[in-house]
Write a protein that binds this ligand. Sequence first.
Ligand code: ZN
Length: 225
Amino acid sequence: MKTDIISLSGLIATIFIDKEPDKCPICHNFILPLQKTGYEIDKNKYQLIFMCPNLNCHNLFIGYYGNELFLVSDRNAYLMHVAPKKHVDHEFSECIIELSPDFVYIFNQAEAANSINLDQVYGIGLRKSLEFLIKDYLIKLNPELKDHISKMNLSKCIKEHIDDVRIKQCAERAVWLGNDETHYMRLWDNKNIKDLYALIKITLNWIENNLLFKKYMDEMPKGKQ
Ligand SMILES: [Zn+2]
């Protein structure tokens, strides 16, 4: 795709970009952006200014383009990322919001950090959110153990108090990866933050299923004649 930019020398130049952003980073709608202008910031590094055509948004954002080959004569540039990004809170089901408002709050704060590329803070936030999710779940099941569970080490909590094998196994693995995000030395080299996120989501889903299962069994213990 051919586009004009202001070059380093201040003159208009033509470059070829691979694509325009197809999603607005602010309203998160799929869009055909309106390109306003573009600049060469450094050799083979370009910033193109776009406007979201969505009437309720109309915000400007920047598409960052570059060419990793760094061929001076090459005028091909590839979309690397867009900014600024506005974070949208993850929507949780009512039973999770009721179970652990702290988990919801911390998880969304971690996601907000991730949306502005604070990857180190993201991992620590996910690990912290997991602790609140597990402990609030266990305290709901065993309210008499509230003080004991609150003070306990998370791994020990999972080992000693979670009976459901699927939750136990997923949560244990999430803790292993979560510890890699907070400790000096990484033990799971072949796993990353996406795996931690996936394990927390699976743990969350099992917990949600268990809560809903219990709710309906309590509300409808037997059939009506
Ligand atoms: Zn928009």
